[in-house]
Design a protein. Structure first.
Length: 342
């Protein structure tokens, strides 16, 4: 499928044709990665951030955020919880926080590995090469870094680089791959200024980058950010930031990258609280990332408002999830859930 075909699907509003897309995505998912749904326990370890991303609620200039950094002891407790709940992976995510020093993360990764043997995914933003090298050596298995959009001008507008540096997530993704990480990336859907052709190029790029993991979700406006505050000038062919559009992107991601691990994301469930998670799983996704962040921190990791998991405790998440998977004829994956077929 080339970018033109993909753009055709993104524009498609014909329900019958879309049914065909959902079925194709679900079939490819079943034939390649099977019925296992891998569970990754998400721990949001810090909401400090030095960046000024125009979409993100924890951007540095937002003075209304109470900032936190979880202690290593608390993180290890969360990792124990992940084991108890039967998850195979923990994902450590944060703002781009220089306070999470290279050595501290090294020790943390070692400690989690030693104690639990879980697979470890890091999602800590754009960090110096030496950090990526040291964390991989310490035992980190995977790294998530969405490129958000491949449109350079749009990217620079919504994701201003650090002073004196060039913003190039593609070179970071290549580096991560060379270091032996499983690499995850993805995009925001419906960023003001994003048009259909540009989103179609993004999806074609998933295949070109040979991503091991693909995370996509609708852009959700946060009132304390430039993109959430200021009305954007209308763009021809603007992609809507809807759950309907997110399902198309999910299904197309599965078709272009049949073997990737693809989560049904929280942002989708936020826009479609009743059925979002299950619908994602039946339209291409094979991963869920239940939130393990302790409640008192979780409310402060507000990258966008009304995150669907805010009121759930980890245990409720798990019970709901098991019932949901059963209903869908799926089952929780065992083990680390690495990318298949490599
Ligand atoms: N600091 C890390 C982790 C960021 S949070 C990094 O930059 O990689 C993970 C993802 O949340 C981001 O990559 C972005 O795609 C998504 N996100 C941020 N703000 C959002 C918003 N307002 N609506 C929807 N998704 C958002």
């Amino acid at each position: 499928m080339n970018a033109e075909d993909i753009a055709g699907w993104l524009r498609c509003e014909d329900r019958r044709k879309l049914e065909e897309l959902w079925e194709r995505a679900d079939r490819v998912r079943r034939d390649t990665v099977g019925d296992d749904v891998h569970l990754r326990g998400l721990i949001e370890i810090s909401n400090f951030c030095v960046r000024r991303c125009a979409y993100c609620g924890i951007r540095a200039p937002n003075t209304h955020v109470t900032r936190y950094r979880i202690t290593d002891v608390e993180i290890l407790d969360c990792a124990d919880k992940a084991v108890e709940l039967g998850y195979g992976t923990v994902v450590l995510q944060a703002g781009e926080d220089d306070g999470l020093t290279r050595d501290w993360v090294v020790e943390l990764v070692r400690a989690i590995k030693e104690r639990t043997g879980l697979a470890i995914t890091l999602s800590l933003g754009e960090r110096p090469t030496g950090d990526f090298v040291a964390w991989r050596k310490a035992g980190a298995d995977r790294y998530l870094l969405r490129f958000e959009t491949s449109d350079h001008d749009l990217y620079d507008r919504i994701h201003p680089p650090r002073p004196g540096q060039e913003g190039d997530r593609f070179s970071r993704l290549r580096l991560l791959r060379d270091l032996g990480y499983e690499v995850g990336s993805g995009v925001l859907i419906g960023i003001p200024g994003q048009n259909f052709d540009s989103l179609a190029v993004d999806i074609a790029l998933f295949a070109e980058l040979d991503l091991d993991m693909i995370g996509v979700g609708p852009f959700i406006p946060h009132p304390e950010t430039p993109l959430g505050r200021e009305p954007s000038p209308p763009v021809a062919d603007q992609v809507p930031a809807t759950d309907a559009m997110a399902y198309k992107v999910l299904a197309l991601a599965r078709l272009v990258c049949p073997e990737s691990n693809i989560p049904s994301t929280t942002a989708i469930a936020t826009l479609d609280p009743d059925g979002g998670r299950a619908t994602g799983l039946s339209r291409g996704a094979n991963v869920v990332m239940p939130n393990l962040t302790p409640d008192r921190y979780r409310v402060l990791y507000e990258i966008y408002p009304d995150k669907s998991v805010l009121s759930e405790t980890s245990d409720v998440c798990r019970t709901d999830l098991n019932a949901q998977l059963l209903e869908l004829g799926r089952r929780p994956g065992r083990g680390p859930g690495n990318r298949t077929g490599k």
